[in-house]
Design a protein around this ligand. Structure first.
Ligand code: HDE
Length: 695
């Protein structure tokens, strides 16, 4: 498909010879060959353009209509193809075809996204990430449209438009873009206590992931698995990244957005292109009605999670992304995820958020893609056979054939079209109605603080500090002091120390705790699974070292470091004063991928500087080189330094601060040791020394 423009589209299309080979002859959309695509038709060389110029009009007309509405949420996204492979059969609990045969692969398409920003916004916004998976199963498409956070802001779909209006740019001024740090968002949130659990998650580093490849995905809602006898088991879906969890620091995120607004999409593209295919395990938490009845919270409430310690995760498969899209628009933009796309053996629950989503997603695709025939687009079409009587509509690419387009009909097999099969269908789980028609929130949804607290106390101290910093940052962008104060009054119900820290950081008098519908359960057991740092990787694999070199740098050392990084299955990017590269001590030219100010250290997981004495003196006078090391130091990164780099570190003001996260590089063994140290990803011990907000 990728070289489809090199070939004529129709049969027997014309080709012509150019330097390097044969190409298709350019035509209009009607197939008329084009000899001149540079000049419009005019009456005389300098005369007026002619309306008759159908080639010009067709070209401009099509261009004028290139854009479709961006998604109302999750507008910025990036997708890739891959497959799901079953590693443990779930045949004991579901008839879903995808979960029957171990070893079988199912084609998949995944789109990651931010929520609030528009299509052109920066990747490192503090935001929830979408994790939408389309699985082309043998019994229809199953869309698991999840996020990288296992809970949500609101309990009822009715509130979604308000949540999104509040989060998006304010309607009068149309800013801020892709940021929640503004009055309207925190006004809404502080008036919605049900959001407090999610607030803890969005203020954590989960919302500034290092890469899509290093984040978890969650189905969020409780779904049902249903077996052939109609028996139901509740299920929560989890995607666990094989490379472990990792996020960036907030100050780093802000700078990445300037240095490379496409940081996440570039990362995914580069990894797949290099054959380093990202992988996730699919885990399920299975539980029955008895567990649901005994659990302290309602399993239909999407603002609550079920700790892994309470219901362990069973790993049943793996998702591998191994193929880039051929065309962003055709695939990533036009993919239409619908929560209603479910297959026999999987079913919804009465979670009022999920029920509302089932309307919204179908509806939004009609607006976005302009026709009910969006299922005809290759990215959305099932891979299994399908046959129905739906017909016509805008852009229908496939209509039923034969005499009958209705049923029942009495036309025979040749003319009568498809027939129902009583044995193969989607059968809804038989659930008895719960009571009267009421516009009401159940009492069982009333606890808004206990799991927020549980999340907070499950974090390492450094992660707790980041949550405090994030709250202070966000609320400091809120202009109205009463909104800041109202928010802190909720935090008091979550953790007293955190509330005091945030109030202090804002220069605010500690408000009274907000009135709570239910008192906070103070002693829910901490859950290690909720921390990023506790679930980091044990290796540097999949990460990237930025190696700054100058002319005359020790070739043996540079080569040893590059080799050590590669043997750790990580990547090494060379940064040099000139992008043409640096001539090393042995006279070899090492090509660079970045010039210093194009490759700031925020783009790397760790950095090293190997320079000649002259090179180091030159770097010491260069602002971008000094930023390279000061930022790496401030972001608690491991830094490898050859002996000659002393003048640079002195000029950068770091020479006296070098700590155990700054490793000397003299010998090849040092290079190996340095890469081993990188497995810890960050030297967090440094943070109290480089951050004003630390005690
Ligand atoms: Fe969505 N959401 N959402 N959402 N959502 C959309 O559908 C909506 C919610 C999620 O990559 C929209 O196709 C409502 C939870 C992802 O194409 C829209 C509610 C979760 C994506 C919509 C929610 C999500 C969307 C906009 C509350 C995690 C991107 C474009 C009831 C479980 C899919 C579109 C992609 C997209 C509605 C809440 C995840 C408007 C009404 C909870 C990953 O239909």
């Amino acid at each position: 498909m990728s070289d489809r423009f090199a070939e004529p589209q129709g049969e027997g299309g014309e080709t012509r010879q150019i330097a390097g080979g044969e190409v298709a002859v350019l035509t209009t959309a009607q197939g008329v060959p084009v000899s001149d695509d540079q000049n419009s038709l005019k009456q005389g060389a300098r005369g007026p353009s002619l309306l008759e110029d159908f080639h010009f009009r067709e070209k401009m007309f099509h261009f004028d209509h290139e854009r479709i509405p961006e998604r109302v949420v999750h507008a910025r996204g990036y997708g890739a193809h891959g497959y799901f492979e079953l590693t443990d059969s779930l045949a004991d609990v579901t008839r879903a075809d995808i979960f029957q045969r171990v070893g079988e692969r199912t084609e998949a398409f995944v789109r990651f996204s931010t929520v609030a920003g528009s299509k052109g916004s920066a990747d490192l916004a503090r935001d929830v990430r979408g994790f939408a998976v389309k699985l082309y199963t043998k019994e229809g498409n199953w869309d698991l449209v999840g996020n990288n956070i296992p809970v949500f802001f609101i309990q009822d779909a009715m509130k979604f438009p308000d949540l999104i209006h509040a989060a998006k740019p304010e309607p009068d001024r149309a800013f801020p873009q892709a940021q929640t740090a503004h009055d309207n968002f925190w006004d809404f949130i502080s008036l919605s206590p049900e959001s407090m659990h999610m607030v803890m998650w969005i203020m954590s580093d989960r919302t500034i992931p290092r890469s899509f490849r290093f984040m978890e995905g969650f189905g969020v809602h409780t779904f049902r698995l249903v077996d052939a006898d109609g028996k139901s088991t509740f299920v929560k879906f989890h995607w666990k990244p094989k490379l472990g969890l990792q996020s960036v620091a907030w100050n780093e995120a802000v700078k990445i957005n300037g240095a490379d607004p496409d940081f996440h999409r570039r990362d995914l593209w580069a990894a797949i292109e290099a054959g380093d295919f990202p992988e996730w395990e699919l885990g399920v938490q299975l539980f029955d009605q008895d567990f649901a009845d005994s659990f302290a919270f309602d399993v239909l409430d999407a603002t609550k999670l079920i700790p892994e310690e309470a219901v362990p995760i069973r790993i049943v498969g793996r998702l591998v992304l191994d193929r880039l899209v051929d065309n962003f628009f055709a695939e990533t933009e036009q993919v239409a995820f619908c929560t209603q796309n479910i297959v026999p053996g999987i079913d919804f629950t009465n979670d009022p958020l999920l029920q509302g989503r089932n309307f919204s997603y179908l509806d939004t695709q009609l607006k976005r893609l302009g026709s009910p025939n969006f299922t005809h687009l290759p990215i959305n079409a099932p891979r299994c056979p399908f046959a129905h009587f739906q017909q016509d509509g805008h852009m229908a690419m496939r209509n039923p054939v034969g005499r009958a387009n209705y049923e029942p009909n009495s036309w025979g097999p040749a003319q009568g079209g498809p027939r129902e099969d009583p044995k193969r269908d989607f059968r809804s789980f038989q659930e008895a109605p719960d009571g009267d028609k009421l516009r009401i929130r159940p009492e069982s949804f009333a606890d808004h603080y206990s799991q927020a607290r549980q999340f907070y106390v499950s974090q390492t101290p450094i992660e707790q500090k980041h949550i405090g910093d994030a709250l202070v940052f966000e609320l400091s962008k809120v202009e109205r002091p009463d909104i800041r104060s109202r928010m802190v009054s909720h935090v008091r119900n979550i953790d007293g120390d955190l509330a005091a820290t945030v109030a202090d950081g804002l220069g605010l008098e500690l408000p009274e705790p907000a009135q709570a519908a239910r008192p906070t359960i103070e002693d829910l057991a901490p859950s290690d699974a909720l921390s990023i740092v506790k679930n980091g990787p044990e290796r540097f694999a999949g990460r990237k070292l930025g190696l700054l070199v100058t002319d005359g740098a020790d070739a043996g050392l540079v080569n040893a470091l590059v080799a050590a990084v590669e043997s750790a299955d990580a990547m090494c990017e060379i940064i040099a004063p000139k992008v043409g590269g640096a001539t090393l001590s042995d006279g070899t030219l090492l090509p660079a991928q970045q010039k210093i100010d194009g490759g700031p250290s925020v783009l790397y997981d760790a950095v090293a500087v190997i320079a000649s004495p002259e090179g180091a003196s030159m770097l010491a006078t260069d602002a971008a080189a000094k930023d390279f090391v000061t930022d790496a130091f401030a972001h608690c990164k491991f830094i490898g330094l050859s002996e000659e780099t002393k003048p640079l570190m002195e000029k950068a003001g770091l020479a006296d601060d070098l700590d155990d996260g700054c490793l000397a590089l003299k010998t090849k063994a040092d290079a190996k040791r340095f890469v081993e140290a990188l497995a810890s990803l960050r030297f967090w011990d440094r943070e109290p020394l480089v951050d004003l907000d630390s005690d």
